[in-house]
Design a binder for this molecule. Structure first.
Ligand code: ZN
Length: 183
């Protein structure tokens, strides 16, 4: 009898975005720790420049047994230079992992709005069910116009369903060092 591969449909998908250095990779590693054991999760990482760092962080996380499937797409923004490689990588990842959940980490320097459009276009309309978009912000940067005037930074905040003030553990030290400069 011919085996019919079930069609992959409506995979719950979260986009985890944020500027370079906002702690996206650590946040995903943290989420993976809370994955229900019976669920299969897939992670698509699209990084630009920081691939070396992130690559090594994710190494060893991919485990068939642990039902965690990680695929990295190097080489620029998902919607631009990495367009086709990213589609191929995503399709292969979905076929292999048949995930109960998909996490997507786009590069912190990409185009969040266009990335979202490319994940909701006709190719993925039935395949992915885009759920909460989580934007990580290092709140210390909210006083820095290099961030607050940056189009990508603002788009990331605009598309967010949830904004997380990340790296909070570092703020106290930062505040203390500001105070010590004043005093
Ligand atoms: Zn782009």
């Amino acid at each position: 009898m011919k085996k019919i591969t079930p069609k992959i449909q409506a995979v719950p998908t979260n986009i985890i975005t944020g500027f370079l250095g906002a702690g996206k990779t650590s946040a995903i590693l943290h989420l993976l720790k809370s994955k229900p054991h019976n669920e299969r999760w897939a992670v698509l990482v699209n990084e630009f420049g920081e691939i070396g760092v992130d690559g090594s962080l994710f190494q060893g996380q991919h485990t068939e047994e642990g039902k965690i499937f990680i695929r990295e797409v190097p080489g620029g923004c998902m919607c631009c230079t990495a367009g086709l490689p990213m589609q191929i990588a995503l399709n292969q990842l979905l076929t292999r992992a048949k995930p109960d959940r998909l996490l997507i980490e786009p590069t912190g320097l990409g185009h969040p709005v266009e990335v979202l459009e490319s994940l909701t276009n006709e190719h993925y309309f039935d395949v992915l069910s885009i759920e909460k978009i989580i934007t990580l912000v290092d709140a210390r940067n909210l006083v820095d116009s290099r961030y607050t005037d940056h189009a990508t930074f603002n788009q990331q905040i605009a598309i967010a369903d949830i904004i997380v003030g990340n790296k909070q553990d570092l703020y106290q030290k930062w505040k203390l060092s500001l105070l010590s400069r004043v005093n």
